[in-house]
Design a protein around this ligand. Sequence first.
Ligand SMILES: [Zn+2]
Length: 365
Amino acid sequence: MSYLIPNSFLEANAVLKQSAIIATIPSKGSQSCQMVTTPRTKAFILQQPNISLPTPTTIPIKYAVRVTAGMGKGLFATVDIPFAETFLVEKPLVVLPKNIGEAFMIPRSGLTPAAWHEACMDEGEKILQRALDRMTEEDRKTFEALCDISMEDAAKRPLISRLVSNAMNLQMDDPSGLNFGNGYVGIPRAGARINHSCTANAVFHFDPETFNISYTAMRDIKAGHQIFLSYVGGGGTCTRRKQAMTRYNFVCSCSACTDATQETDKLRLEFRPRIESLAGPSAKVQSVAQAKALLGSTIQLKKALEKEGLDNEPHFMNVWFALQALYMKTGDVGNAELCGKRAAAYLTFPAARAQFKKLSFTVVT
Ligand SMILES: [Zn+2]
């Protein structure tokens, strides 16, 4: 049995009756990005003062693409990459609304949901082809060489299939306030070769003012070791992460997945507010005894997070700041300095700086 799409749905989508246009960002420069958007957003973005700055180059190159055991190709460190080092900065090949077809489809009545979905996917394929047509030959070849592991029908819509396999969510609000419901995604270049792990050793950050994606080591990565990102964020249970990874046709076998328990699931669900809540009490402790008690529980939380691999999140910097403050209050200047050094290193890279803006910590000096 099929049913027709209700009018309310069609009306809600009618606000997006605009054609997709594609902007090349920046218009001049060695590495450029094709952005699929509306005319208003294009005009806004191209007016941004930093948008035409060249992408900073990370030289010497400290990574290489190699074939992995069981994960296709992956990105590997060719030399030691220390914690907090941004080892790669690049512009995405293309940036586009997450639901690319639906974002620009003019709703038609009388379609079943399945037929509407098909029509949207076909539209998405056409728009992506237009973006590809604007790319340099080199960029087009890079796109065509990307892996294709999605559950989509690659023979029918090869571009959408590559998109689903490689797109990453970008932290960007549409400057026109038109966020297409789900925001934007981007297809990276070398970054597209970085495989998933729930205990990833790197993190990425997209800067909407420059359109650069930067990748930073969240632990020391030894030469020869594979670089990983978490595709699904750190805050989900093992079951939830597995479900989220089905779209990549990938079963994660990281230590957090193989050793998952009810307790580790609980830690993942609660770790962000727990870390954030460290700020207040650590700043307010009055007595040395209070500081010692709080120091003990903070060290325990730190150990649990490290065991679970959650020390890879920019949030983890709050643990170092809290420890710095507590060691200082207990008179342990040496440890306070060590923790302060570690905390300060976070402030050198974009993903953590963005996070730091939201904090209420006073840095202990
Ligand atoms: Zn995993």
